[in-house]
Design a protein around this ligand. Structure first.
Ligand code: ADP
Ligand code: MG
Length: 293
């Protein structure tokens, strides 16, 4: 069993932005969803775990070892797919993986076999001799997963991997992620509630560098049962409802607005009870979180 403990982590950038604010979190094997809006601090946290940047305060302990003091300990066991994978050199998929395998210290006699097996796994075997920069967005992200799995890591971090993918590619990518298995830590950072719902057994919601909540998605949903109410209204009435109810989500539906509100008792006025979705959990947590200045 692997464990990753993040303790009281804080990071303020040179421009004064506090990206992580005394954040603590414990993560075990399985798929962990890190959910938060843009600017919440997700990428900052991932980069810090991956040893690419420092923190101002706090500790990160991986399997008992303080990795802020000993970054090499985690580097050898970590696969990281950054949010912006950046520029690809003019190399084929096979050549680029070979290069990355050398950097990761995969023994020479294992490299070829491992790379070909990974290219099979991510469905890029037929494209192994094509240059990665010619790949579509979905192919690049699948290549990213092959890269992440090189050297059999114990912890995998993927930062917003489905942003910008079309629905079919996103589905394919998520299926691939779901096959990685429960024997290692997989941290998926995203602002897409749907991806967390379909993949993750544990999750955390962060905003403005702070932890808002963490636990099992199913447990969160259970806690909200009986408190989410739905109504379809005219768009022009939205402000009036916003003044009187705690609106959690507003979704356009055939030109009208379907709103979900959070209330512990039946609000009357034509609202009907709905079974909460993870999206209701996410937005209820964000709306109810203490506002930091
Ligand atoms: P997320 O990945 O959740 O969108 P980030 O970790 O990228 O959030 O950013 C958190 C906050 O820190 C944002 O306000 C962002 O503008 C700021 N930030 C991120 N990276 C830097 C940087 N290198 N220098 C200054 N500010 C940064
Ligand atoms: Mg990010």
């Amino acid at each position: 069993m692997n464990t990753l403990q993040i303790k009281n982590l804080s990071k303020t950038y040179a421009n004064g932005v506090k990206a992580l604010d005394n954040l603590s979190l414990e993560i075990g094997n399985g798929m962990f969803g890190l959910l938060g809006p843009n600017g919440a601090g997700k990428s900052t946290l991932m980069k810090t775990i991956a040893g690419l940047q420092s923190a101002d305060h706090g500790e990160i302990i991986f399997n008992g070892e303080n990795i802020l003091q000993n970054p090499l300990f985690i580097k050898k066991q970590l696969g990281y797919l950054p949010q912006d994978f950046g520029v690809y050199p003019k190399l084929s998929a096979f050549q680029l993986l070979e290069h990355l395998a050398v950097l990761k210290g995969v023994p020479k006699n294992e490299r070829k076999e491992q790379i070909l097996a990974l290219l099979q796994k991510v469905n890029l075997y037929e494209h192994r001799n094509s240059e990665v920069h010619s790949f579509s967005g979905g192919m690049r992200q699948r290549f990213g997963i092959a890269q992440v799995l090189l050297g059999n890591p114990q912890i995998i971090i993927v930062d917003e991997p489905t942003a910008g993918l079309d629905p079919e590619e996103r589905n394919r990518f998520n299926n691939l992620l779901s096959e990685i298995g429960e024997q290692l830590i997989v941290i998926l950072s995203t602002h897409l509630v749907e991806d967390v719902r379909s993949l993750c057994s544990q999750m955390a919601i962060i905003n403005k560098g702070c932890l808002i909540a963490s636990g099992a998605p199913a447990q969160f949903i259970e806690q909200l049962a009986g408190t989410i109410w739905s109504k379809t209204i005219d768009k022009k009435d939205w402000q009036r409802y916003a003044d009187n109810y705690r609106i959690i989500t507003s979704q356009l539906n055939a030109g009208r607005l379907n709103i979900h509100v959070h209330a512990t008792t039946q609000p009357g006025n034509g609202f009907t009870a709905v079974v909460p979705a993870l999206e209701d959990v996410y937005f209820t947590q964000l709306v109810n979180a203490p506002q930091h200045v």
